[in-house]
Write a protein that binds this ligand. Structure first.
Ligand code: SF4
Length: 485
């Protein structure tokens, strides 16, 4: 579908809402060539803004209008936000009657709904009013609004714990033993990249030392540490020991709220590696099944079985980890509501403290004629997620963080659930952008968060391991900029 804008420059807003409502389309700016088309117009008269959307969808003409008066003084950012909202809602109004199923997130397109809810609360709404506002103003389903408010509440508590002049740290290990078929991360399969691991660790240890030195000079402390990937336990126990020792030397880790290592794939987990993690004070590991059905695992290209997940879980328990996270994905090929329900029942039955329920991210731009298949799939995923929410709530789990991914199957979300008192501080802080995150390693995206103004700046490390090895000077310059006043 092509679109054009008039009277404003909010291209991104137009693209976002169109993609959100019509995920089967490829959206691009362009002139009207007689096919599917959207025109978004913003005008102002006497302080009153009007957003108008005119669409041609499968030869049908659709229209939506929104009016509003901006009344927050000279705040440019607030004005932009206001215009954005009007534009998106006008397009939502035009398209909604044509959609076979109402989108569960209504007209909300952002990846951090709880951050939006916290903003409403900070501007004076009670939690109850904010929840109602999500439903009535953005048409968010009551189920999603409830999840959002739970995540907003957890974020409020985490925010209260943040120490002054502190950051959270992320360390990326972008290697996995093999690549899963659905993988959308930057991760190199070890079978082809084994020779890169040692040089990668050399540079990562160098980056750790340099960052530690800079942070010490600034008197900065660390609130939480998260080693993710990839699959960090792709490293040998000796390599893990080397990295964790380097981290201990570079940073004061004595006051961490939590210290996570994603053990991830059960085919990388050994008692020896878990013992190394424990010796270095790691408090939380992930043992990620994604599914507890062997056929689904096979189709996902994961070379382990449901049985080996249980064995790895026992190893982690026996090693003394008090918080174990398990990831599942709704929407994997070959999965059915029954198989998914069995996965959820098994994980809740095991008593993992954290269970993270993801929705499979799908490739965008699938052909329009795939709509029926996509719809059926969305409905299946919707049932799976509803089941997960029910069984987790009954099992005394609460949602504590939440994010949406562009192009997830059916426009759903990923939700971190936990037993009371086992919320992972790092996940909340990173997802809600509560404080500065310093990311080490290839693909690392550091964010400097100004907690007074909310301004966020991003600093990226080279994406791929081979590039990362060649870019020490660039990394150092970027780290200096990140950690300056
Ligand atoms: S374990 Fe995760 S990061 Fe590694 S290949 Fe599979 S999906 Fe990708």
């Amino acid at each position: 579908m092509k679109y054009q804008i008039q009277g404003h420059s909010h291209r991104h807003a137009v693209e976002e809402i169109l993609l959100h409502l019509l995920p089967e389309f490829t959206i691009m700016e362009g002139v009207d060539d007689g096919g599917d088309f959207c025109s978004s117009i913003l005008s102002e008269q006497g302080g009153r803004l009007t957003a108008r959307a005119e669409l041609r969808l499968s030869e049908k003409r659709l229209e939506g209008h929104r009016f509003g008066t901006f009344c927050e003084g000279e705040d440019l950012l607030a004005r932009k936000r206001f215009e954005n909202e009007l534009i998106k809602l006008s397009i939502y109004d035009a398209v909604i009657s044509e959609l076979p199923v109402l989108p569960v997130w209504g007209a909300l397109t952002g990846v951090r709904p709880a951050k939006l809810a916290r903003g409403l609360i900070k501007r004076g709404m009670s939690s109850e009013t904010a929840e109602q506002y999500l439903c009535e103003h953005f048409y968010v389903s009551p189920e999603r609004a409830e999840l959002t408010m739970a995540a907003a509440e957890a974020a409020g508590k985490a925010e209260g714990k943040i120490r002054s002049n502190s950051v959270s740290l992320y360390v990326g290990i972008p290697f996995c033993p093999t690549r899963c078929s659905y993988c959308s991360f930057i991760s190199a399969a070890v079978e082809k990249n084994a020779a890169l691991i040692e040089p990668y660790l050399d540079v990562l240890c160098w980056e750790t030392r340099e960052t530690g030195m800079l942070m010490r000079k600034k008197g900065m402390t660390v609130d939480s540490l998260y080693i993710g990937g990839g699959t960090p336990t792709t490293l040998t126990s000796k390599q893990l020991d080397r990295l964790l020792t380097e981290l201990e030397r570079a940073f004061d880790l004595s006051r961490l709220f939590d210290y996570t290592v994603e053990a991830g794939r059960p085919d990388t987990i050994t008692a020896e590696k878990l013992a190394v993690l424990r010796v270095h004070g790691v408090t939380r590991v992930s043992v990620n099944p994604q599914s507890m059905n062997d056929e689904v695992l096979r189709l996902a290209g994961r070379p382990h079985t449901a049985k080996s997940v249980l064995e790895s879980y026992d190893l982690a328990r026996n090693a003394g980890f008090s918080v174990i996270n398990m990831d599942v994905i709704a929407g994997l090929e070959g999965d059915t509501p029954e198989r998914f329900a069995n996965t959820m029942d098994t994980l809740v039955g095991l008593g993992a403290e954290n269970i993270t329920v993801h929705t499979l991210a799908v490739k965008r731009g699938a052909a329009w004629q795939d709509l029926r298949a996509n719809l059926a799939r969305r409905e299946t995923v919707r049932h799976m997620l509803s089941y997960a929410q029910r069984v987790l709530t009954q099992g005394d789990y609460g949602a504590y963080y939440l994010y949406r991914q562009k192009f997830s199957a059916g426009g759903f979300e990923n939700v971190g659930w936990c037993r009371p008192g086992t919320e992972n501080f790092y996940n909340i802080s990173m997802m809600e952008e509560l404080q500065t995150i310093v990311s080490l390693g290839a693909g690392g995206i550091s964010k400097r968060v100004n907690r007074m103004t909310g301004k966020i700046e991003r600093f990226t490390n080279p994406k791929y391991p081979a590039e990362y090895l060649q870019a020490q000077e660039r990394i150092l310059q970027s780290r200096h900029r990140l950690l300056q006043e």
